[in-house]
Design a binder for this molecule. Structure first.
Ligand code: HEM
Length: 247
């Protein structure tokens, strides 16, 4: 998001937010903030797995009971994902067109490894989210998950997650994906403040460090779930879970 980009007339000339390159940067930053807030909320909810099946299933049942609100959140998230990706690609094309090749190479060498990997880490996170939705939200790979209910008749989300993560391939994939998510956020969060004009020479190292710490907290938090299942620290209370991939 940092770096120069030329202003460009677009089909969305009705709004300066869409038609100016600074407006597009703001959209990328604001949608990024919404997505980070979702991640913080999602992580806090998922950590209920460490409190046991009752806590996690109660949390999932509570979310399902707020059906209308859940759909509003889903639509906001989807809109943010689409806008975030679309305007990132638009800005990238603008920057590429505006910069001579030699200058672009020189600048890339001056940036961190996280900054250079923004596009690839972002696309991998997108692919991960699609896989994740198919696995846990639509339950397309293991339709039997839909029938799993606990003693209170609630969807047994705890058993579904523990069963899925009992497979080292699934857990391994999650660990890699949340690692790339952490890398994406390490640069992305600090970059947000710069775009929104909240950063200056003095604040920059503080915000960069803050972004790095938040990205690490999210990484460690999300990674702790598959890692704990693999290590046998979180398990199902009755019966051994059968691995959905290698059984
Ligand atoms: C590694 C730890 C994670 C666990 C255990 C986990 C667990 C879950 C579960 C169980 C659901 C389905 C909820 C339900 O329908 O009952 C879900 C939905 C979802 N997860 Fe995750 N998740 C994890 C990481 C992530 C990450 C890193 C992201 C984003 C990068 C993410 C994004 C989503 C989204 C967008 C949904 C759909 C929300 C909805 O429409 O209801 N999750 N997750």
């Amino acid at each position: 998001m940092s770096g120069s980009a030329s202003s460009k007339k677009s089909c969305c000339s009705c709004s300066p937010l869409f038609s100016s390159s600074i407006g597009r940067k703001w959209i990328v930053a604001l949608t990024g903030i919404v997505l980070v807030l979702f991640l913080i909320g999602h992580l806090l909810g998922n950590l209920s797995i460490f409190l046991g099946p009752d806590a996690m299933n109660a949390y999932a049942a509570f979310l399902k009971s707020t059906e209308e609100l859940l759909w509003v959140v889903r639509i906001v998230l989807l809109t943010c994902v689409v806008l975030h990706i679309w305007f990132t690609i638009t800005l990238w094309h603008e920057n590429k067109r505006a910069r001579p090749q030699k200058y672009a190479v020189k600048n890339e060498l001056g940036t961190t490894v996280y900054a250079r990997l923004m596009r690839i880490s972002g696309l991998t996170v997108l692919a991960f989210v699609l896989y994740h939705l198919a696995q846990f939200t639509w339950q397309s790979f293991n339709p039997e998950y839909k029938t799993w209910v606990d003693a209170q008749g609630r969807h047994d989300v705890y058993r579904m997650v523990v069963t899925a993560f009992s497979c080292p391939f699934v857990s391994g994939f999650y660990l890699i994906a949340v690692g790339l998510l952490g890398m994406h956020l390490s640069h992305g969060i600090a970059s947000l403040f710069q775009t929104l004009g909240l950063s200056n020479q003095k604040l920059r190292p503080v915000l960069e460090r803050g972004g790095l710490i938040l990205a690490w907290i999210l990484f460690v938090g999300f990674a702790s779930i598959p890692a704990s299942v693999l290590l046998g620290l979180v398990k199902v209370t009755s019966g051994l879970p059968s691995c959905p991939v290698c059984h």
